[in-house]
Ligand binder design. Structure first.
Ligand code: GUN
Length: 302
């Protein structure tokens, strides 16, 4: 059996088209567009490329976009003051501080300084709490878990009553996606298990999964014999395992490998996400969706 591929690159285009259409409509009716600011501290190459792509995507959608780059020796107090400035800027609906931050800055303090109603990353404790309560309480689901849920829904996978096993318990992926999948409602209502480095028998748990979500950060951790026949497998791992020269550009690029042994797994799974081109493209897409939502909340449209 060869699994159906769940392509993030295709789903991204569908969702971005939906967002662009809504932006046009809101602009015509209300004369405003969503505003997103990205704050980048320092020159971490991976962070620069993420932020550049976020800004480019916001631009493509007709958002107001502000790229605020700061040097890596910015005092913590100045960064907090900058966040306060954007908290009070009416044209900005979403504030994103790119992580990681330099060591002299307390990232908890910084994330907590963002107005929860502009926290489009969904990392503020208020939004984490809202996610836990579920239902109408949720404003900004964190972007990677929201992207995963969207992929599960759009691939036509049944979630109600499904056994969902999440591998990994990070605050950014494992804990929130587990929480989202157990809520009542569409694309959820599942029976959820979280497994992690303290779990005794990973394979036994994974083998029960109708939907297996892997966010462990360990290349090739999940072997084909851990996968139930026909399961939906979502691989969140983006592990840099080497470098190669791009055929398109002639430049050196990273060789990426997921947390799942893809070539073997696709013969057993019913549906599976590739790496790259799977979950990766969904994170920025859902950031755009959250920024649009933030404006809609403000306009009373949600
Ligand atoms: N660094 C890596 N991923 C993310 C993300 O989703 N949001 C932010 N703010 N920083 C990141």
């Amino acid at each position: 059996m060869t699994a159906k591929l769940i392509k993030g690159t295709e789903i991204r285009e569908q969702i971005l088209d939906e967002i662009a259409a809504e932006v046009e409509e809101i602009k015509a009716k209300h004369g405003v567009v969503p505003g997103l600011v990205t704050i980048l501290v320092g020159e971490n190459p991976a962070s620069i490329s993420y932020v550049t792509l976020k800004i480019k995507t916001a631009h493509r959608l007709g958002f107001k976009e502000v790229q605020d780059n700061q040097s890596d020796d910015i005092p913590e107090a100045d960064l907090l003051a900058l966040i306060d400035k954007y908290n009070n800027d009416d044209s900005i609906n979403g504030i994103l501080v790119q992580l990681p931050l330099p060591k002299h800055i307390d990232d908890k303090k910084v994330l907590n300084a963002i107005d929860p109603d502009k926290d489009v990353d969904g990392f503020h404790p208020v939004n984490v709490g809202r996610l836990m309560i579920g239902g109408d309480e949720v404003k900004f689901p964190p972007c990677t878990p929201a992207g995963i849920q969207e992929m599960i829904i759009r691939s036509g996978t049944e979630t109600k009553g499904a056994e969902v096993v999440v591998v990994g318990r990070s605050n950014i992926v494992g804990k929130p996606i587990a929480n989202m999948m157990l809520q009542k409602g569409m694309g959820a209502n599942s029976t959820v298990t979280i497994v992690h480095t303290g779990t005794k028998d990973l394979k036994a748990h994974c083998l029960r999964a109708d939907i297996l979500i892997v966010a462990a950060g360990v290349p090739g951790l999940v072997k084909p014999e851990w996968i139930k026949s026909g399961a939906c497998v979502i691989d969140v791992g983006v592990n840099r395992v080497g470098e190669k020269v791009s055929e398109k550009t002639g430049k050196k690029i990273a060789i990426l490998k997921g947390d799942v042994d893809f070539d073997a797994a696709k013969e057993i799974a019913g549906a599976i996400t590739p790496v790259p081109g799977g979950v990766g493209p969904m994170t920025i897409t859902m950031l755009m969706k959250n920024t649009l939502k933030s404006l809609k909340f403000k306009l009373g449209l949600m």
